[in-house]
Design a protein around this ligand. Structure first.
Ligand code: PLP
Length: 385
């Protein structure tokens, strides 16, 4: 047989799923491994989905997505962040940020063009750049300064082939939230080198220590930024597969053209559920965020208490402690912790080289389980030392 696609063949499977699969086979495992809310979608949103099905919302929608949903998204972005996107022209409803990211990269990139990606980062960023024919150029951030963007390192990585910079804030896996000042400096850098910015803001509602900065709200950013957002995290809707892409018209038009041929539309029922989430689900989000924050405080304090240094995670629902004091590398740490004590975490190296020496723990897990996980980790660390 002729060989299959070389770019996809060269891409290793996600390091997260491997640990998740092992964890799923054992009943006694506490999983801090998967990046999804432990809440089921709020009832009013599920009910809207059921109602939609009962009323026969089983067809395609317009390619760009339901007009009402686009209106609500653009209105919420305007109210929350003072960004001005037209529902008809700047906004495409996608099957999650995952599809939005894929469309964005394929619309922006010519073969061989480079995308700068600060690491540690979400596992899909670099594969998606490669799948779109681009070349990911990882640049480091570090725990010492709370995983701030390093503008000098980013600028040093710019070449004549650089097309875009891809960031996520609040970030998976570190929980880091970039400051307004650093993001403004990033925009200035992008202007200096005429680069696009791709901003994955799927965790925008999940911030605990300060306000979220929406990248396109910064002066000069709108015209060169693609904003990706969604419902998976804040509204606990991972399985519904609905998100959005907001961008200047030429980009949004081409993203819609691709989406038209490759996806047609995001799921109709999910779009109607998302309408309900935006119309009536604000208090649900506030309650879940308050709960994550309680867990975050207990868990981060607990990690520090058992001797693991942990940069303050200001957003998302991940802690990214250093495990260097164990003397183990992150893969060995995660494997032994899982096998000997039944706690699943993700080794930091799967998020890029600067993640080595760390583990990612999702605290979107019930508080008693987090407390039990901390006790098991303390026992494991005792054995290591
Ligand atoms: N972006 C980040 C940073 C994520 O952590 C995830 C999921 O873990 C996604 C995107 C995928 O989002 P969606 O469910 O909207 O495709």
């Amino acid at each position: 047989m002729k060989p299959l696609n070389s770019v996809i063949s060269a891409c290793p499977p996600s390091g997260i799923r491997r640990f998740f699969d092992i964890a799923a086979q054992r009943a006694d495992v506490i999983s801090l491994g998967v990046g999804e809310p432990d809440f089921v979608t709020p009832w009013r949103v599920r009910e809207a989905g059921i109602f939609a099905l009962e009323h026969g919302a089983t067809t395609y929608t317009s390619n760009a997505g339901l007009p009402r949903l686009r209106e609500l998204i653009c209105a919420e972005l305007a109210e929350r962040y003072q960004v001005d996107y037209a529902p008809d022209g700047n906004c495409v409803i996608t099957a999650g940020v995952s599809e939005g990211l894929d469309l964005t990269l394929r619309v922006l990139l010519e073969p061989g063009e480079e995308v700068i990606v600060p690491e540690p980062c979400y596992v899909a960023y670099q594969p998606c750049v490669s799948f779109a024919g681009g070349v990911p150029v990882p640049v480091p951030t570090s725990a010492e300064d709370g995983f701030r963007l390093r503008l000098d390192v980013i600028e040093a990585a710019v070449t004549e082939r650089t097309k875009a910079i891809l960031i996520g804030s609040p970030a998976n896996p570190t929980g880091a939230v970039q400051t307004r000042e650093d993001l403004a400096a990033l925009v200035a850098l992008a202007e200096r080198h005429d680069l696009y910015l791709i901003s994955d803001e799927i965790y925008d509602r999940l911030t605990y220590t300060g306000a979220h900065t929406c990248l396109p709200s910064l002066p000069g950013a709108m015209e060169r930024t693609v904003l990706l957002g969604g419902f998976s995290k804040a509204h606990a809707m991972t399985g519904w597969r609905v998100g959005y892409l907001c961008a200047p018209r030429p980009i949004a038009d081409l993203a819609l053209r691709m989406h038209q041929y490759t996806m047609l539309c995001a799921p109709h029922v999910s779009q109607l559920a998302a309408v309900e989430a935006l119309q009536a689900g604000g208090s649900d989000v506030d309650e879940m965020v308050a709960d994550y924050d309680r867990r975050r405080r207990v868990f981060v304090k607990g990690l520090r208490g058992i001797g693991l240094e942990c940069p303050e995670p200001g957003g998302a629902f991940y802690a990214f402690p250093s495990i260097r004091s164990s003397g183990l590398d992150s893969e060995t740490f995660a494997e032994r912790l899982l096998h000997a004590h039944g706690v699943a975490v993700v080794p930091g190296n799967v998020f890029g080289a600067p993640g080595e020496g760390h583990i990612r723990c999702s605290y979107a897990t019930a508080l008693p389980l987090l407390e039990e996980a901390l006790e098991r980790m303390a026992r494991f660390l005792g054995e290591c030392r």
